[in-house]
Structures are given as C-alpha cells and as structure tokens.
Design a protein around this ligand. Structure first.
Ligand SMILES: Nc1nc2c(c(=O)[nH]1)N[C@H]1C(S)=C(S)[C@@H](COP(=O)(O)OP(=O)(O)OC[C@H]3O[C@@H](n4cnc5c(=O)[nH]c(N)nc54)[C@H](O)[C@@H]3O)O[C@H]1N2
Ligand SMILES: Nc1nc2c(c(=O)[nH]1)N[C@H]1C(S)=C(S)[C@@H](COP(=O)(O)OP(=O)(O)OC[C@H]3O[C@@H](n4cnc5c(=O)[nH]c(N)nc54)[C@H](O)[C@@H]3O)O[C@H]1N2
Ligand code: SF4
Ligand SMILES: [Mo]
Length: 738
C-alpha cells in the first residue's frame, strides 16, 4: 500500500508543489502535484532528486566534532558542550564582532532557517553578518528599497497578461525564475507568445530562454547599464514617456531625465554592443505595446553597476506606464511575513545603508549585512588600535562560500586559520570541512515547509504549506530548535534551557510587537500550534488576508491553509496580482522615488570598458543547484556539465582541443572545452559551484567528476559599491592551450 504526500519543493524559487509517493519509509515516486493551485503539476529534475537527497549516505544525520583534525560523530549534547567550551570564551575575550555569521542560499528556502536566523543575528550582536544576498540580488533589493521604501518590494512581470517582455541576464528556462516565483516559465512564455505576445532576451549567450524567445540581443558582458540607459534616454528624447495612473505618485522625473541626457543610444551602442537603432526600436516597442514589462536578473545584478541596472529596469517600467499595472511589472501581496503589508500603508521609513562599515575595506552595511567578499580579509587582517572586530570564529548556516564566493581559495585559507568554526549544514563539503563542529539539518522530507520569502515575489498570490513526509529519527532536532538552543547559549543561559520554553518566549516577543496590550489574548488564540506553525499562524492572521484575530471572521488562519494543503487541495489560491500603489509604498515621501541621488551619482560613472581578450560569464544547468547538488546520482548522471563554453571560431583560432587554460588577474585553472555557437565570440562561460576535489570533502558521487571552481578566477575586491554585491560576470580572462 502506498501513501501520497504533498510537499512544496525547497530546491529553487519556483516553489513547486510535489506529490511524494511512499511505501513505509521508502520514496517510490515524486511527481508534480497536479492539484497545486500555484504550480499545477510542474516540476523539474531537481524535484525528483529529493529522493536521492533523502537517501544520500553522505548526508549528515548526527553532529560531528573535529578531534585531532578528524571528524567524529557526537551526540547533540556533546556538540553543544563543545560549542560552549570553545565559542563562548572567545566571544567573551574579543567581543561580539569576533564571531562572524555566513548565511547561504538554502536558508531562504526553509522556514526553520529563514524565520529563526534573525533571532540568532540578534543574539550574536555582531556587525559581521554576511550572506549569499551579496552574491546575488542585493542590487535589486537596494534599488527597490530606495524607489519603493522596502527591500522586498520588487516588481515582477505579470506574465499571464503581458504582451511584451524584455528580459535581461536571466535564464528562467533553466533557473526556473529568480526574484520571480514562476513555476513552468516555459509553458507561460509559450502561452504568452501564442496570444501574440513578444519576448526579447538580452544575454551574451544564446541561452535556452533566448533561443525560445522572439528575439535575442547579444549584449557585451557588463553592458546592460549602457543599453538600459540608452533605452530610457530614448523615451525622454522621443517624447514616449507616459506615466499614466502613477503620475501623481512619483518624485524625480526631471532629475532622471537630466541624468540620462548623456546616454543617447548613438553614444552607448559601442560600449554595450547593441546598435543605436535597436535601442531606439526597443524603447518604441516597449511604449507601444499594450502591456509590457522589463525584468533583469543575475546577469544584471552581478556586475559593477548592479544597482544602477536594477534601478533602470524599474525606471523603464515606470516610464512606459507599466509599473503596478495588470500585464506589466507588478507587486505580489503575500499572505504572511511581508513587511510591505505591515505598518501604516502609503509611507514609511524607507531604507538606509551604511549604518556600519566593514573594518578593513570600509564597505557599507546594506540591509544589515556586509559584502561576503570582505569575509576573507576580515578573518585574516589583525586588529589595529583604532579598528577592532577581527573575525576569529565563524558560524555558517547553509553556506558554502569556498565554492560560491569570489576568490574561494583565499577564503578557504582564511577559514583554515579561524580559532573556531561552527556549521549548520548537511554535508562535509568544501566549506564545512573547515568546521570544528557541524550540526546537521533534516532531510526536506522530514521537515515542514512554508515559504516565507517567495510569496512576496510570486506571479500569483497563494498560501500553501506542507508537513513532513517522514518522521525524523528520535532525538533529532529541527533546525529552528538548534538555532534557539544556540541563541540561549550565546545569551548566557547555558545548555539546559528547554527548547519549548525558548519557543514560547520567542513567539511572545513577536506577539507583543503586533498586539501590544492584547498580547495575552492573541497568544491564547494561537493555540495549539508550536514552533514555525505558531509563527505562521500569527503571520497569516495579521496578514492582508488574515482573520485579524476575529475582526475579519472569514479571514485566513493557519488551520485553513494546512487543511487546504493536502494531496487533494494543493493550497489556497489568492488570485492574480492587483495594483498596490500607493498602499505598498514605504518611502518617507509616500511617493515612488524615481531618482535616488546615490544611484544617479553612480549612473554618472557608467562608461564603456575596453574590451578584454576574453570575457568570462557564468551559467546554470537544469540538473544542478549552486554548489551542493552534485552528490545526487539522478542529477549527476549524463554528460559532464562543468565545461568552458567557447565559440567555435575562437576555439579554432586558439587551437583549443579538449582542454583550455583560463587565467584571470587572481587565478587560473584548466577546464574541459565545449564548443558552442551560442556564445558571443570573445565571451566564454563556466558554471559556478564546482571544484569538489578538495581535501576532506565527503561527497563520494560529486568527487567522481569534481569540475573546477570558476570562483577561483574571480577577484573578491570587485563589487558594486552601492549594494556591496560581488561582480561575478564579465571577468577579463586569457584563454590558452594548456
Ligand atoms: N561565479 C558565480 N558564483 C555564484 C553565482 C554565480 O552566478 N556565479 N551565483 C551566486 C548565487 S545567486 C548564490 S544564491 C550563491 C549560492 O551559494 P551558497 O549560499 O553557498 O549556497 P549553496 O551553494 O546552495 O550551498 C549552501 C550550503 O547549504 C547546505 N545545505 C543544503 N540544504 C541544507 C539544509 O537544509 N540545511 C542546512 N543547514 N544546510 C543545507 C549545502 O550543503 C551547502 O553547504 O552562489 C553564488 N555564487
Ligand atoms: N537549475 C538551477 N536553477 C537555479 C540555480 C542553479 O544553480 N541551477 N540557482 C538558483 C539561484 S541561487 C538563482 S539566484 C537563480 C538565478 O536565476 P537567473 O538569473 O535566471 O540565473 P542564470 O541562469 O544564471 O541566468 C543569468 C543569465 O545572465 C547571462 N549573463 C551573464 N552576464 C551577463 C551580462 O553582463 N548581461 C546580461 N544581460 N546577461 C548576462 C548569462 O549568460 C545567463 O544566461 O537561479 C536559481 N535556480
Ligand atoms: S523547478 Fe524544480 S527545483 Fe525548482 S521548485 Fe520546481 S521542482 Fe523544485
Ligand atoms: Mo541565488
């Protein structure tokens, strides 16, 4: 007899609902849940790999402590005792900043981690907080924060009603969407084109998404700021601007116009590689289309001008009258956890940056974090009399910066010199091999799930939940319990504190924020839930669709979402996106800030770079997820994926055969060559997240074909100065025969 379970996939931002068929303790099949109100049966090969992940013998199931340089299995109590013995004295002696925290991508996909890590940040009280956000989307968060007043008020294409989509530096056909939760992009794009819609993709490579679009424009790597500025300039220049409904809600149109004056397409064409006539045509097409949206992602964020790019994308959405309009670029309205549905609607504090700076390079704090590219220097640079706060101990949570961050080899060396390192992780990999203690998380099939972040970025509003498919082994904590225990330790409460009591205290402090004097009644109403479920209930009930604890009797509660999220239910559909301006705005002015001064100042720095011999860009593969899914047999099989894509004409000219040497200013490596006419000549591509052949890595399958670490070629000093985001694309390299 087999059972069917509903499980939301935590492996990428598409958040597909899956149907997991089990027999006893075995998974016998994983399919897309056809009744899921949001993903409607879609899944990709990674969804299927949850079975391999669950069964992976290399996945950690017990804590590890390093003794004499070797990891040994330990009980949870022993592991916490070791943390107390080694971390607390260090912190007492050197202060809170001596403990750094690095938070990785999977933390965004786990309610256990995303909802509880902020508590750990508070308990640590360190300024040295780093995350994958500064390898990824921080530029977009900053531009959205400055324009709309909150870090997660990010517009996304309303693809089901859109007529014209201009997409830059994104490959959702493979990535399944990012800052845009849109399962089955392929199907939605096909439907859009069948309705007569047009999709234009800007990418130095003819990506899978570009190949399936109406038009592909091969931009020069890093050239998007010039291209987008040329398009925006044209809109002013040719009198195409139509602000529509938003005209009364915008500050800074004249400032934006003036700042864009120097960027006529005739000037920007050479630097971005897109002819002036094409730029002008794009401006006209975007304004002429009944409904249009511009969307930019990794390729636009991970460059020197990431924030400028991210701003230009939404500036154009505003200038064409398509921001916050059906079929244009719209804002989701999440059922829970969204700051832009809380507080007074229409205005707010806005966002600020630079409340602190990194000790060595003086990089400004953005959204509570420092750039992850300063982590190595913060570890290796000793304190000076006037600058203290050297990172001597590090906690990593689902973070593998040795492979994910620029200059990984330098970072690995820095980690080896730490006085203490603790990792919350599920593997001994390139980063966690440096840890002194590893505390494992659960298999996703043993974990409950509710998406905290992605409903704020979803193409359609929804509320879904999934419970554990299997029970965890007795005595194995969920990750939120591990975090609360760590918090108690750091707060000097010792090892004996009851986790249930910590959970009660945590929720009580949240409830006081929302309910003030009414807190006891609200806490009572959250019965019988505990842990994340209680937190979700609170957030749903105070959220925009919530029951407001009785004031909206028909409103949502967790019990309803849970009941609707069974195999037959697949969650609750909350409808297509609806216009949210001015209610969504949290800027001090209560208007869209179209011309944030810091961004205009950086726009003035945009200029054409001299073309390098070769320019290195990244890419993603359907059967891979950043740095950690190469140990799953169902994904690892098939052709080698860590290859250097080279245009055939370049390969012939250089006489490349099977391998090429790739050399940058900071490193070199030898990669297997794959000839590809999809590349622009002069541009080569390597995927990131590879290089599993380092000493001490316990990933048996991944080690068979380890690949090379493209981040060994990237300079950790290269950042977008506004957001602190790393530059991961458009790296000057030399290619030679090895
Ligand atoms: N050159 C280049 N570099 C890039 C990128 C690029 O495009 N080019 N992309 C960047 C981007 S967008 C991102 S988001 C980063 C991602 O880089 P990271 O933030 O390092 O994330 P991952 O590579 O996904 O791996 C994270 C770690 O999480 C662990 N893990 C997995 N599941 C769990 C769990 O349930 N619990 C716990 N505790 N741990 C878990 C894995 O074992 C692994 O150690 O990489 C960035 N690096
Ligand atoms: N299968 C799979 N899915 C994933 C991931 C994965 O590793 N594998 N990672 C997940 C994560 S963490 C994220 S953040 C998302 C990212 O999602 P996407 O942003 O869609 O990421 P990519 O697939 O890297 O697409 C970036 C595109 O930008 C192009 N590009 C590079 N440089 C430039 C440039 O200068 N200008 C322009 N216009 N384009 C450029 C690249 O050729 C590439 O096609 O994907 C997520 N989904
Ligand atoms: S696209 Fe694939 S990895 Fe992403 S959520 Fe869906 S099944 Fe999971
Ligand atoms: Mo990412």
């Amino acid at each position: 007899m087999s059972d069917s379970h509903y499980r939301i996939c935590p492996l990428c931002e598409a958040c597909c609902g899956l149907e997991v068929k089990t027999e006893g303790t075995r998974v016998i099949a994983i399919r897309g849940a056809t009744n899921d109100v949001f993903s409607r049966g879609y899944l990709c090969p990674k969804g299927v790999s949850l079975k391999d992940l669950h069964e992976d013998p290399d996945r950690l199931r017990t804590p590890l402590i390093k003794r004499g340089g070797v990891f040994v299995e330990a009980s949870w109590d022993e592991a916490f005792a070791e943390i107390e013995r080694r971390l607390l004295p260090l912190r007492a002696q050197h202060g809170a900043d001596a403990v750094g925290l690095s938070i990785g991508n999977p933390a965004a996909h786990k309610v256990s981690l995303l909802a509880y890590t902020p508590r750990l940040v508070r308990s640590l009280g360190t300024r040295n907080v780093f995350s994958a956000s500064t390898l990824d989307q921080m530029p977009k968060q900053l531009s959205a924060g400055l324009m709309f007043g909150h870090w997660l008020s990010i517009p996304l294409p309303d693809i089901e009603r859109c007529d014209y989509l201009l997409m830059l530096g994104a490959n959702p056909m493979v990535s399944n969407g990012s800052l845009w939760t849109v399962p089955d992009y392929r199907g939605k794009a096909k439907a859009m084109r069948a309705r007569g819609g047009r999709i234009v993709v800007v990418d130095p490579r003819r990506s899978e998404t570009a190949a399936s679009a109406d038009e592909h424009l091969p931009v020069r790597p890093g050239g998007d700021a010039l291209l987008l500025a040329g398009i925006a300039h044209t809109m002013f220049d040719e009198g195409l601007v139509k602000l529509g409904r938003l005209a009364d809600h915008i500050n800074g149109v004249d400032e934006a116009r003036a700042a864009l004056l120097p960027f006529a397409p005739e000037v920007t064409a050479a630097g971005c590689g897109v002819p002036a006539a094409t730029q002008r045509r794009l401006a006209r097409e975007l304004t002429a289309a009944p409904r249009a949206a511009v969307y930019g992602r990794i390729g636009t964020c991970t460059t020197r001008f990431g924030t400028v790019n991210s701003w230009l994308v939404d500036l154009i959405n505003v200038l064409t009258g398509n921001l916050d309009r059906e079929g244009g670029a719209m804002f989701a309205k999440a059922a829970a956890f969204a700051a832009n549905t809380q507080g007074r609607p229409g205005s707010g504090k806005g966002v600020t940056t630079g409340r602190r700076h990194s000790r060595v390079s003086g990089a400004p704090e953005v959204f509570g974090e420092l750039p992850i590219t300063v982590l190595a220097e913060e570890i290796t640079t000793p304190d000076s009399p006037d600058q203290q706060g050297q990172v001597r101990a590090l906690i990593t949570i689902a973070s593998n910066p040795v492979l994910s961050a620029p200059n990984g080899p330098r970072l690995a060396q820095a980690l080896a010199g730490l006085d203490f390192m603790l990792s919350l992780d599920i593997y001994v990999n390139e980063t966690t091999r440096h840890a002194d203690v590893i505390l494992p998380g659960l298999s996703p099939l043993e974990d409950l799930h509710f998406d905290v972040a992605f409903p704020q970025l979803s193409y359609r509003n929804h509320a879904r939940f999934s419970g554990p498919v299997f029970d965890a082994a007795p005595g194995t904590p969920q990750e939120w319990q591990t975090i609360l225990r760590l918090c108690a330790l750091l707060e000097g409460r010792g090892l004996g504190v009851d986790v249930q009591q910590l959970d009660d205290e945590a929720i009580a402090s949240d409830v006081r924020r929302f309910a003030g004097d009414n807190a006891p009644a609200v806490l009572a109403a959250l019965q019988p839930w505990r842990g994340p479920e209680r937190l979700i209930d609170l957030q749903l009930r105070v959220g925009p669709y919530g029951d407001q604890f009785g004031r909206q009797p028909d409103g949502l509660k967790f019990a309803q979402v849970k009941a609707a999220s069974t195999v037959d239910g697949g969650g609750i559909d909350l409808g297509a996106l609806t216009p949210r301006i001015p209610e969504l705005l949290r800027t001090p002015s209560g208007r869209i800030e179209l011309a944030p001064p810091a961004i205009l100042a950086d726009l003035a720095q945009v200029k054409a770079d001299p073309a390098p011999a070769f320019s290195l860009i990244g890419r993603r593969d359907t059967r891979s997820g950043n740095s950690w899914m190469h140990n799953l047999p169902v994904l690892a099989k098939g052709p080698e994926r860590c290859t250097l894509l080279v245009h055939p004409a370049d390969a012939d000219r250089l006489g490349l055969a099977e391998f090429a040497k790739v050399k940058s200013a900071v490193g070199e490596l030898v990669a297997r060559v794959e000839r590809s006419a999809d590349m622009s000549p002069g541009v080569v591509s390597l995927p990131h997240g590879w290089g599993h052949d380092l000493d001490g890595v316990q990933l048996a399958v991944a080690r068979e074909r380890p690949g090379v670490n493209m981040n060994a070629l990237l300079d950790d000093a290269a950042r977008d100065p506004l957001s602190g985001n790393a530059v991961l694309s458009g790296i000057a390299v030399e290619i030679t025969v090895p």
